[in-house]
Design a protein around this ligand. Structure first.
Ligand SMILES: Nc1ncnc2c1ncn2[C@@H]1O[C@H](COP(=O)(O)OP(=O)(O)OP(=O)(O)O)[C@@H](O)[C@H]1O
Ligand SMILES: [Mg+2]
Length: 273
């Protein structure tokens, strides 16, 4: 009798071969936003699908946080559209969006120094003991620290708690602004793959803002490089990694970035005009 080959398993969030990919969980088109009527970010197109990790990269002041704040409606759009889970994102209603499953972990981590780890876990919306245990399994370092005040945790532990707390509400989209801020590279090296794992195992769409460019690209499917509020380079992460000169030129904003290294590798990483 011929042996039956078991049907190939499609990881959560990934599209089985031959099927049209579903609408992304998060999509921005022509997103323009800023402060006091002056754009700090112009014409950003971006999408994050289930099970995908997308990075927004760029130097200080490039517009990365502005992008995240506009994606969750904390900053009103000057132009363009943002849809999350199939619906337009309403201005200034990030709590409602969070309830629908779109969570932003801000760069200050959104945690309270005077509360303990256990208190954070209890306060997290929608948590149940079984799910809490499953989330804590992902961050074993936190387990022995339940009674400790958050202000006494290390930077890495605080960041783990911020992400664990966000995960307790079972997000479908998780955005993390500068997870690595103040963390030793060796800790970042552990935590970025943990986010990749969330996407692969749970089908969460992950949007990262990162300063550790290579580490971020290593765990990303796609990336967007911003500079001075403009998209200067975008494409599959692997192709960006393979075109280091072009990536550096875009990142550091040299005048040659708009065509300097000329690509030449046949990759599809696209320089934005
Ligand atoms: N509340 C604000 N009011 C006015 N201008 C602001 C405000 N927040 C940010 N900006 C300006 O908008 C631009 C983009 O800032 P943004 O915070 O998005 O940068 P970023 O890429 O996140 O930088 P960083 O890596 O330093 O966090 C900068 O020029 C910044 O000075
Ligand atoms: Mg920022």
């Amino acid at each position: 009798m011929p042996e039956k080959t078991p049907p190939e398993k499609t990881p959560p969030g990934k599209t089985p071969p031959g099927k049209t990919p579903p609408e992304p969980l998060l999509r921005a088109e022509g997103l323009t936003a800023g402060y006091n009527g002056v754009p700090a970010l112009r014409d950003l197109d971006l999408s994050v699908g289930a099970g995908e990790v997308v990075s927004i990269l760029g130097p200080n002041g490039a517009g990365k946080t502005t992008a995240l704040l506009s994606l969750v409606g904390l900053l009103p759009l000057m132009k363009g559209t943002v849809t999350a889970l199939g619906k337009p994102v309403a201005p200034r209603r990030p709590h409602l969006l969070a309830r629908r499953g779109v969570r932003l972990v801000p760069d200050d981590r959104g945690i309270y120094f005077g509360l303990t780890v256990a208190e954070h876990l209890r306060l997290a919306r929608g948590s149940d003991p079984e799910h809490t245990a499953a989330v804590m399994d992902r961050f074993p370092a936190l387990d022995g620290l339940r009674a400790r005040k958050v202000g006494l945790l290390s930077g890495g532990e605080q960041q783990m708690l911020a992400i664990a707390t966000a995960l307790l509400s079972r997000p479908r989209v998780l955005m993390v602004d500068e997870m690595s801020l103040g963390l030793a590279p060796v800790i970042v090296q552990d935590m970025l793959p943990a986010l990749r794992d969330l996407a692969e195992r749970d089908g969460i769409g992950v949007l990262l803002v990162e300063q550790h460019v290579e580490l971020a690209l290593d765990v990303s499917d796609r990336a967007v490089v911003l500079n001075h509020g403009q998209v200067v380079l975008t494409g599959p992460a692997r192709e960006l990694l393979e075109n280091r000169d072009r990536l550096e030129a875009a990142y550091f904003g040299s005048d040659e970035s708009a065509g300097g290294s000329g690509g030449g590798s046949g990759g599809e990483a696209r320089e934005a005009s």
